[in-house]
Structures are given as structure tokens and as C-alpha cells.
Write a protein that binds this ligand. Sequence first.
Ligand code: Z57
Length: 808
Amino acid sequence: MKITQERFVHEFKKRLAEKFALDVKDAAPIELYQTLVSVVKSGYSEIWRNTWKSYVKNDQKQVYYFSIEFLPGRLLKSNLLNMGWYDVVDKGLKQMGLSLDKISESEVDMALGNGGLGRLASCFMDALASDGLPGNGNGIRYKYGLFKQKFVDGYQIELPNEWLTDGNNWAVARKSKAVDVLMGGQVHLIDNGKYLEAIYEGADVIKAVPYDTGIVGYRNDHVNTMRLWDAQIPASEEVKYPTIEDRRRVEDLTSVLYPDDSNYEGRILRLKQEYFFTSAGIQSITRHYKKYDRPLNEISEHIAIHINDTHPAMCVAEFMRILLDKEHMDWDEAWQQTVKTMSYTNHTIMAEALEKWPVEMLAKVQPRILQIIQEIDRRYALELEGKKDHDFIERTRIIKDGMVKMAHLAIIGSHSTNGVAKLHTELLENDVLRDFYELYPERFNNKTNGITVRRWLQVANPELAKTIDQAIGTAWRFDAKKLHELKNHVGDKKLLEKIGKAKLDNKKKLAAFIKEDTGIEVSPHAIFDVQIKRLHAYKRQLLNLLHIVKLYLDLKDDPNRDVEPRVFIFGAKAAPSYHYAKAIIKCINEVANMINNDKTINDKLKVVFLENYGVSLAEKIIPAADVGEQISTATKEASGTSNMKLMLNGALTVATLDGANIEIKDYVGEDNIFIFGLTKDEVLEYEKNHHYRAAEYYDNDPVIKRVLDAFVDGTIPNIEVEGHEIYDSLLRVNDEYFVLRDFASYVQVQEAVSEAYKDKQNWNKMCLVNIANAGYFSADDTVEKYAKEIWNIKPNATEMKGKAKDVY
Ligand code: Z57
């Protein structure tokens, strides 16, 4: 789609007048934003239609990525970039006296996810489209996004996130494509002579209405679809819901995103959500497949269904239900097609995150689905009888002690199970899922996570992007691996200076934001040390905090100590029900207050906890980071993805050998990363032998003693309760995540960071090495591997990747 500045300005003014009867000078930011969205949408709508049509015409195999979370953030700039319109629109707006940056700020983040898992789904959507691959998203259109976080007296307060109040300008409601989802009631199987007929009695009929959002590929005339479902009352059922309360019960189904990350709450409404979007998605896929009269016993050659974590694991049973009950396929054939169609990604080995649902709850949500799962389970056990011992079968079967293990359903019902980093996959194979690995070794594979370099560098950090262009040209914008060519320029002092200058400029911008947002003044010349991720005990924000308290106490002892000034920046939401995580937030905020208001500390040490961390805030923080904290207890973080975003923006990583940190280290080399702490083997050894005594570290290390005492002796004010909770979690409950065990080695590596920062040129060289290797974590490549090795899908024939390289 060709656009010129003149045409854009003309079109923009025309639409502003049509939509709002306004001139540019009279329009409010939100009106300008909505006008711009409508221009942008009209710019890709034809391509969107053509992409869809070409799939049908070429009879292309498509993948459907089922995820209970998507976390796209803002779409405006990213769509402009991918369309190749960014510069033209930027200039056109300037010509009218407007600013793209300001208009973009009017867009509300689409925050239908919690953290890494949801953001990964959105990076994959962007990558699928940019690879020209036929890939669709399938999820839930929550009315309320992830809660808005505020701090009051240092405590986290959650406010509702009503992201739809001004309407969502990107999505298209497709009422004609609605499907009915049946929930509750009873089911009877009746042999009608030809087949077993499933008769549903007293079930609620819920209308699932799809909202489709175009996912624009990068400069390749390719637009995919992310389909999110809304729950409504079907016209035929209206009399069943006479009161507002009754209606709300149905609509509540898609009201709120559960705010727990890597932890599950066994609520029936959540299980209903899982069935709702699973059933709606499977029904719309099979209905579409049947439209073209293709044989159902070949369906797995035409579609692939991906189960993102276990939340959509009922895909397995719902697909079986359609093939059995609606299409009257026999069990064995239906099962064969199901296993060939499904694939599953595991995102965690933490026990508390593994979903187990009581049989009775499933019976209430969808009795037929329970029946099918029971039959899958029965056949699984039968099949293994005589081949595996009793214990093996009991350990691995789907239903055990009245609970349905969703991971087992996903593994048994699919042809592929993958982990999200090398270490994580290794732990799955040798530890957590070793029985299944023994049974189905060919099903297991690794796909290390990736990020979209477009949003996280091209959009978020234009100054660094331009600096890179000047050194190695623009080909990296199409193939991020080409960032590696920067390695040929490690000796280029001019380039290193420019990288330093881009960082400084970004830090100045962030400093201005911090000042405006919190009132805290920070020096852009200090080290910006960043930890941004969900608040979770295993991620060990507490370790970071203990180190900060140590630095503070050192400065109180000797105010003239020669230190490298640092600003510690946190961004993190805690699940509302996660008491311990909230106690840590309170403590970080009180430590921040104490330090920032201490005149004797001045600019040597500052602590900033920014409210309401999310995609858009990440885009402000990451380009300004000097240091990224990736300090989870080894084995606990499946992959991590902020580690990749931060290195891509030239931050140096302080890391344990956990998740993808290991692969980052392997790429950049030990000299360009700060590694500390227990290794996987050491952690596993402690967990096996229970030799760890946290109190010994308190007793024997005076620094640890002094720092921990500060939490309970009044040194840190206003944490009478929380300070004791943290103290007790380490010393009485024996420090589940080995914070004290890793403390000394963490302090040591942080001292090395301060030392390294003194040599700016060498520091910038290390940054360059990190940027140069970050392209290996491009989601484009990750998704390409999924496409080849798991989904067996190919790029669209009309793909134009790389054709329009002239614009940059
Ligand atoms: C979530 O964000 C992740 C795992 C989960 O099981 C749930 Br529930 C939510 C995260 C992992 O903790 C990260 O390590 C990983 O990078 C991310 O998923 C994407 O794979």
C-alpha cells in the first residue's frame, strides 16, 4: 500500500471532518488518535482481506494459537512501522502541527494478559505475520484488562482497568460468525442405531461473538487475525435471563482476566472461561474447515492447534467431541486426528502453577467434556497395561484422586510438547516430565522464547536503531540476526560513543518521566539498574532489595565512600491475593522513601518503584536501562523474556544461570555478562538433601545479619508487620528460594558492575556485544522453528518479505 505525505495529510483531515466535524486545531488528542486509527485501518483492510482469501485459495495449512492471555500493548506505532508508514505519518503529522508521540500516548494499552506468557503470545502474533505465516490467535476479549496498580502509603492498590470505555478502535466485531457454547446441565448418550448420540439437557447456551484484530506483518503485505471471544446471551435464550443479575451472570464470563501469574486459583469461573474460548475457537475452526467440503480424516493436514500452557488443554477433548458427536467419526480415527493436530507449550515447572481441576467442577462446567477426558484416561491406562508398571501408569494418567491434571491431558493428547529455553526443556525431560519423556521421547522439543525486535528496538528505541543503521545498514530490520554484524565494529570508537549517547538521551527522557510521575529526581549519569517483571518470590526482587539496603548502610557508615551512583528502578505488579509479594512491594517502597529522602545520600543512591508496570511503561524503561536484573533462583524461571529485551537495548545483564540467561551467556561470552549464584545442579542438590540452613548465613555473615536486622529493628520505617514477615520467611521458613545463599555472590558481582562502569568505552563495547547477539532471540526465528518443526506450516505464497527495503 503506497502512501505519500500529501495523501496522508489529505486523508487525515478528511476523516477528522467526517468523524468529528472538526479541524485539526480544534480536535482533542483522543479524537486525533481515533482519526489516525481509522486511516491506518483503511490502509491495511484490503491486505487483511486478501491474506485471508489467499489462505483459502491456496488451501494453506493454518495454525491457531490458543492462549488465555494476549498482551499486545499499544498497536498504533507498531502497525505504522510494519506497514512502512511510520516516517510518512510522523512527518505528515508534524506538517499539521501534531506529534505522533503525543497522539500515541492517547492509546490505552490492550492488557489482556499478566506477564511473560501473554506478552510472548503477542510477540508470536507479530512474528507469525511478519514471517508471512498463516497464523491466527484465539483468546478472550476481557471487558476489564489487568488491574491498574497504584501505591497508597507504599501499599499496592488495585483499580479496575476499563480499557473499552472509548471503544477499541482496532477490532472488528463479527456478529455473523458467532457460535453457541454449551455449559452446565446434563448429558445422556443414546444409541440411536447408527451412533452414540449426545443429548444435552438443561445446559446454558452462551453466544460467543468474535472480535477480530488485524495483525500487520512487517513490510510484507500480510495481515493475520487475532480472534478474541465475547460472551453474550443468544436471542433465543433471552427469556431465560429476565433480570439484570441473570444477564450479568452470562456476561461476567468474559469480564475479568484472572490476575495470577505462574500460580493458579481453582475457581469455577476460570474453568468456564477456559472452556468458553476453547469451545468457541474449535467450533469456528471446524465449521470453517467443513465449508470447503474437505474430508475430516485429513483435518490435521490442514490445521494445527497450539495449546499455550494448559489453560486451553480442553482443546483436546473439545476437538474429540466435535469429531465424535457432530461428525460421527469413530474413536480411534478421531484420536489420531486430534493428536496430529494438537501441540502444547509448557511454561513452568513450579508446582503451584500446574493446573489440576476437581472432576466435580468439570462435570458442572461441561459434563460431556468430562466424559471424553475420562475415556481418554481409561484408554491411556489400558494401552499401557503390561507395558509399564502400575506406579508409572498411576503417576502419568490424567485423572488421579478425583483431580484432572491438565498438563497430562495436553501431553497425551498432542504430538509435541516443548519447553521455552534449553535448561527448561532439559528439566522437563529429566525431571518434571521424565515419565512422559520415557514414553514419548519423540514428542519433546525445545523452542527457546523470542521477542519482536520491531516493537522492542525499532519502535521503543529509535535513536539506537538509527545508530545501528549508520554502522551496518538497515538489513537487520528485516532479519534481526544481522545485528551480529555489529561485532565487526567493536573497535569503532565513534560508534561506541554514539551508543553511549543514545543511552544517555534515553536516560534523560526516563529521568524526566520519573520526575513527573513520582517527583523523584534522578541523575541520568548514574547507573540505571532495572528489574521489571511480575513480583514473585522466585524472581527474587527481595535479593535486589537486600543489596540496596546493604549499599545504604555502607553509605551511612562512610558518607564519603567512593561509589558509582546508581538508580534502582523497579516495575512489578503482585497478584492481589499474593500476600507475600505485596509485603515485598511495601518494603521496597519504604526503603525507597528512606533512601531518597536522606540528604546525606544525595545522588549516590536512588530507588524508584514505578507504578503500573506494563507494555507501554516497559517501552519507556528498557531503552534507558544500563543493567538488567535476571536473578531468579536457578531452575525456577522457565525462560524469561525481559532479559532479551534489555540486552537488545544495550543493557548488561546481572544473572543467575537460569532460563534463557544461560543462552544469553553462551552468545555474549562470560566477559559481557555478570553471572552469580547457585547453579541448577546445586539447587537440585539442596532441594533433594535438605541441607540448606538459611539461619547459618545470618549467624555467620555479619553483613547479612545487619541487613536483615534493618527490617525488624526500626531502621527501615513503617514496615513493622511486613519487615517481620520477610525476616521470618528467610530465617524461620528457611528461605525457600536461597536468597541468603546467593547474597554474597550477588554483592560481589554488583561490585564488578560498578567497577566496569568506570570505563565507559569498555562498557559501551560490552553493550555493543549484547546488542549484536540479541538478534538470536528474535521471535521471527523462534516462530519459524515452531512452523517447521511443530506445525508444518509454510509462508504465504504472496509473501513479499524484504521487497520494500528502500524506505529506510
Ligand atoms: C507466565 O507468565 C509464565 C509461565 C506460566 O506458567 C504462567 Br501461568 C505465566 C512465564 C514464565 O514464568 C517465564 O519464564 C516465561 O518466559 C514466560 O512464561 C513465557 O514463556
